[in-house]
Ligand binder design. Structure first.
Ligand code: AG3
Length: 280
């Protein structure tokens, strides 16, 4: 049998990941992007948008558990959660594990990503059937501008900041998010890797510091994202985020109270990183 090989086209990485593929399950083009679902013997099914791997079934927990559970456990009572992007449903699935959550709104610009995930990625898209989930097909940048003191937690689960996702890292967007959050709300966004995207991490952190009184950064290792040492940037109006403030009752593979604390960089190194004193 001839090997099929998929070579990732990651615009920001200085390396190219190359995957053996056993099957191409879906290939299509939406008004926003090219969508593919491929199957790899090692990683399981993978969602690829515009040539960039967004998730694999084997390691997606290393991303989704960190993105959702760190802010949700740092918040005393997250009831109303907004997810921007995340059309595959992985983040939604984790958010809905919290009994405190009464409503999770997922604003995904590309409805075809949701449809493809419902069909080909059932372990990720489970949350779409939950009555607490509300799906809105809109531009998250615009959606958030209509709200004031509405959400407890806002999560950005976007593609890389190229094209239509770029506005989600602007200071303007962070100001809209700040306004849409309740007085003790918090915000988290996936912000790429320390290894290959350090300047971007720094820029986002500096912009967040102009808007939020509490800003922080935590990381997890995501083997399929080039750069691997993946970052999550937090802006919080009132609560610090380094400690979980509620007992961990959700069922997870890796997230726990001790992993929550461990995810944050030591304060000294974190400051060096944001100030540009750590160079690569
Ligand atoms: N969202 C973040 C994907 C970033 C991937 N970037 C990359 N491989 N260069 C993923 C969506 C999963 N819910």
């Amino acid at each position: 049998m001839r090997d099929i090989v998929f070579i990732e086209r990651d615009p920001y990485a200085p390396v190219r990941h190359c995957y053996a593929v056993s099957k191409i399950l879906y290939q299509g083009k939406s008004p926003y992007q090219e969508i593919q679902v491929i199957e790899s013997p090692e990683f399981g099914r993978m969602l690829v948008l515009d040539g960039v791997v967004q998730l694999d079934e084997k390691y997606e927990f290393m991303y989704h558990e960190y993105l959702a559970h760190v802010p949700l456990h740092a918040h005393p009572n997250p009831e109303n959660v907004l997810i921007i992007g995340g059309g595959d449903g992985g983040t939604l699935r984790e958010v809905l594990k919290h009994e405190t959550v009464k409503r999770a709104v997922l604003v995904e610009i590309d409805r075809e990503v949701i449809e493809v995930s419902k069909k080909y990625l059932p372990t990720l898209s489970v949350g779409f059937n939950d009555p607490r989930a509300i799906v809105v097909n809109e531009d998250g940048y615009k959606y958030v501008q209509d709200y004031e003191k509405e959400f407890d937690v806002i999560i950005v689960d976007s593609t890389d900041p190229v094209g239509f996702a770029q506005v989600l890292t602007t200071e303007d967007f962070f100001r809209f998010v700040f306004r849409a959050l309740k007085d003790d709300g918090m915000f988290v966004a996936q912000t790429e890797s320390i290894h290959y995207h350090l300047e971007m991490v720094r820029t986002v952190q500096q912009r967040l510091r102009k808007v939020f009184p509490i800003v922080d950064l935590y990381t997890s290792v995501v083997p399929i994202y080039a750069g691997y040492w993946w970052t999550y940037s937090v802006g919080s109006k009132k609560h610090p985020v380094r400690e979980p403030v509620r007992p961990v009752k959700v069922k997870t593979k890796i997230y726990s109270e001790e992993m929550h604390r461990h995810a944050f960089l030591p304060p000294g190194f974190y400051e060096k990183l944001v100030k540009g004193e750590f160079k690569l």
